[in-house]
Design a protein around this ligand. Sequence first.
Ligand code: SF4
Ligand code: SF4
Length: 409
Amino acid sequence: MKSIEDINKKIAAKTAVVLTASELKKRIRAGETITPEDVDVVTCGTFGIMSGTAAVIAFQAAEPGAFRHATSMTLNGVPTHLGPCPNESNGHVDAMVYGTAASSRTGYGGGHLFADLVEKKSVEAVIETDAGTITKTITIDEMSSARMIVTRGAFKNYMAFVNPSESEITTIFSVTPMQGNMNEATFSGCGEINPLENDPTLRFHTPGTGALVNGAPGIILGTGTRSSAAKPNLSLAADMKNMDPNLMGGFRMPTACECLTSVATAIPVTDDAALAALSILDENISLPVAAVTNRTAFDAATYADAWNGDARVRVDPKKCTTPECNRCRDLCPREAIREDLSITKSCMGCLTCVKVCPAGAYSANGGTLHTSTGEIKIILRQSDRVRGELAARTLRDRIRSGSWRFGGV
Ligand code: SF4
Ligand code: SF4
């Protein structure tokens, strides 16, 4: 048995053994026998669409007395919700911005706005007031407050979705219409590196515990909306001013904009029970398969099916025979494909380009779900394990440097 205090002392002395979940599982797969004496802390991470992400921002919009009340505001065209503070006649505005809010600009939403703010880009605020319209550009550094709140995220259990009907269906779970007859599947979740897969009873994910949200120090507020013992998730908060734009962003879909968020947490290896929970592997994590039409699971695969392929796609531009089709660039949810078809670091390996290119210019083994009713090819990933691991490494490095403690960030 080690106490949290023992581990904190080792962290302060920079003698703690800190591994990411991937590093621990690699050693377990290699057959190494690991005991709680061998490791002190394991960091976990997840990155993907987390629709329940919002920001609370506040700034001085005009001189005191310039207007009495603001009635509405957009930021880069993204609608916000003003209040709850009335700010009567003080020229200040407070607003909540939903990560899923779509702007007047096609393909740009709250998630894109959050990343632009964190990148310190100027955004355009258009504020309707009783004294007329105020238009101003503003950066995050000029905001008196910019805080992100995840109302539910890092779900332990996601589902894979398929379309069992005979005709294709347009759905929020796919960038292109989903083919019928269970020909293709989409899924979310980072499997064995997800924080709650490694602490399913939330023993170490209690309210007030430190965590990284998009790379920034934050805290776990508690469980999120729709959390249950069987399917827990977390609610978290963090200051946006310290976030990493590479660990967050927007996800463009034909009919909606989604918000990409990352969460990293640390689990102290205090005893055998903690280590046993941390030893879960993809092949032991069920991935229920549900019909997208009623969201009811009727079968199950595992996260080994989902993540045993390529985390990133390859492109061979020479295979592009009809550049004027432009489907890859038009449909990439991350706008990650350049004119010369090369792929930028914004790519999250979602597989959309692999599916939509008629010339086969993009390739990746995106995984196949093995179910009792047959094999179903994965055509869209809504999570990015590469960035989930990056989030876990970011927290690991903070702990190794001694700049993080259990019980305070
Ligand atoms: S996998 Fe393809 S479509 Fe998806 S983000 Fe990367 S480049 Fe874009
Ligand atoms: S989708 Fe394929 S064929 Fe069309 S422009 Fe892109 S690479 Fe070329």
